[in-house]
Design a protein. Sequence first.
Length: 458
Amino acid sequence: MRHRGRLSPSSPARKQVASAQARAQARKTAGEQHSVVIDNLSNEGQGVARLNGKTLFVKGALPGETVLAKIDRNHRRYDEGHILELTEPSAERVEPSCPHFSQCGGCQLQHLNHDTQIEYKQQWVLDGLARQAQLEPAQLEPPLRSAPQQYRRAARIGINQRKDGSAIVGFRQEASKYLIDIDQCQVLDPRGDSLFRELAALLNEYPGQIKRITHAELTFGDSNGALTLRVMKNLDGSLQQQLIALAQSLNCGLYLNHGDHIETVFEDSAPAFSLPAFNQQLNFAPGDFVQVNGAMNQAMIDRAIEWLNPQADERILDLFCGLGNFTLPLASKAGEVVGVEASKEMVARGEHNAALNGLTNCQFEAADLTHSISARRWFKQGFDKVLIDPPRTGALEIIQQLIKTPVTQLLYVSCNPSALARDAVALKEAGFRLQRFCVMDMFPHTTHVESLALFVKD
């Protein structure tokens, strides 16, 4: 007989009480200070410790350090905190070179030795592949390494207005919607050094116009570039003329993004970048996706060609091909290459770049790769090898179609370790093995990880 007024061990009411007690207990630790030893580095760049059996993420802490941490927030499975005092620093800790490091959300790892950053990034991806797909590469290749500074040839720069009417030109604060003023960005191409200061000074002459611009996008090619402003309303003619002069000083064209179209205000010639190893030049337009680390892009393409080893009698499929970044180098070696991209505009750009470089053995097709392409004539003709360079969401839908074809080699260019691990499960189940793998230092000082994974089916 159940006693009135008492709860059974398994009753929903008792579970609710226990849950409430657990939450109340968790809340008690917020604001407390504890000395902890950091055991690991999370893939978001935070130090990982254990406190009373619970995971504690400590912002700014590095493995091997002893820190006095303050608990900021409690969660059911973990807590978050920050360093109050660095008791025993890691030998891998370095002094951040950027004065904006503690505020700007662009770089998270400037306090960690650059070579060590790459080691952790490699381990993050390998751990994910082992945990989710039970895969490890037969050949672990050396990482592709980048210069730690001045590597970005593209950046999105925020613009806003203070209450006093002055302009803010810079980047978002970490985990915030608010901007901070930036004088100089050490990871940006030095050709863009002056933009922050000069654009702020110019906008301050037109305080009534500042709210009409939400952000600027700066992209450099080899010799010239593009400065694109996202505008909510038309700009004053005088301001527009001064913006043209500013763009010219940067050797850039000036473009206005109105949301539904991009207006060319001034342009001497289309911006472009070269791939010297293949004697190729690729033109791009404002709004096009361009790999922001130019030197790493070339190294990545070189290794992709080496691993896929395209032959003159082979037909190769390049998925999520963009403006032909991989398609054209592949076409210089293979018999035929088909590049596929969702955007018809990018397909046209790819065709233009193929013609620009005198390539007649590649074609570009528009297709939504999140849907079936099995009925497309170019797909039914078959392929010997596939290169896939998907967005952060990965490519599970298209991989599920590819594994039903005779393809035996697939090179996956990953910008998201979680998506790669998930997609690798499907490849493994279809009989593919992970033959070669490497990480790429595409974004030094950030937690962003890119990698190359060659899957082979015997």
